[in-house]
Design a protein around this ligand. Structure first.
Ligand code: PEP
Length: 260
């Protein structure tokens, strides 16, 4: 069986001033100590990336991620993009991961799968590791459309990539009905979705690439439910929103991600 190191990422969303971000990072560094059984990623807002980067520079077991990027490499040749941030700007701050296609961007900023695909390409070209989010809405789950929805998102979002690119991508299955709602997919529902994702990937990529890719679960993950969710064989970690804003809770989730 292929070994996949678990990966837990904290998505701080639009939270924390720079001062608050520094306190949170210092607390996480202290609470997590040298624990490195799990890959740990912190994704603060753009405004705190530099401060968090400085704090993480001597730390081996926690990495920096961003919450978004623009698909263009710069405004110089391809147009003007006021307010946007490129992959190169993130690299400059030692960012190593970037969340792409989060459901809140899909919902409120009309990001579609084609844009997710272009952003993922931009991240890969800059040697950033994309965390590509997919997931269905509540009506899609209730009308049993979820498999089709996930397949469409995977096909279009990962179009043009091969096994090599897939090897650098992390997927996050985030059922939209479970994000920030307090509702969590049951471990069985999440495992079933993760198995489906691997099955779809095996038809578009190789079987071994579909077994190697890490798939996080996201949607109201908390210290109380992390162990059960993350003990499922196809769940390789978590993308954590609300609960990542509390150092104790976040480190408890990370420690619960490990097989006992
Ligand atoms: C998220 O922001 O990706 C997320 C899963 O949020 P929450 O954990 O708050 O549901």
């Amino acid at each position: 069986m292929i070994y996949r190191k678990k990966i837990v990422a904290g998505n701080w969303k639009m939270n924390k001033t720079t001062g608050e971000a520094k306190i949170l990072v210092e607390d996480i560094i202290r609470d997590i100590g040298k624990f490195d059984d799990v890959e740990i990623v912190l994704c603060p807002p753009f405004t705190s990336l530099e401060a968090v980067s400085v704090l993480l520079s001597p730390v081996q077991n926690i990495r920096l991620g961003a919450q978004n990027l623009h698909e263009a490499s710069s405004g110089a040749f391809t147009g003007a993009f006021t307010g946007e941030i490129s992959a190169g700007m993130l690299k400059d701050l030692y960012v190593r991961y970037v969340i792409i296609g989060h459901s809140e961007l899909r919902q409120f900023f009309h990001e579609d799968d084609a844009l997710v695909n272009r952003k993922t390409k931009a991240a890969l070209q800059a040697e950033l590791r994309p965390i590509v989010c997919i997931g269905e809405t509540l009506p899609q789950r209730e009308s049993n459309q979820w498999k089709k929805v996930l397949e469409t998102q995977l096909r279009a979002g990962l179009a043009g990539f091969g096994d090599k690119e897939l090897g650098d991508i992390i997927l996050a299955y985030e059922p939209i009905w479970a994000i920030g709602t307090g509702k969590t997919a049951s471990p069985e529902q999440a495992e079933e979705a993760h198995q489906w994702i691997r099955k779809v990937l095996a038809t578009h990529f190789s079987q071994s690439a579909s077994e190697r890719i890490r798939i996080q679960y996201g949607g109201s993950v908390k210290p109380e439910n992390a162990k059960e969710l993350l003990s499922k064989p196809d769940i390789d970690g978590a993308l954590v929103g609300g609960a990542s804003l509390d150092a104790r809770g976040f480190t408890a989730i990370i420690k619960n991600a490990c097989p006992a």
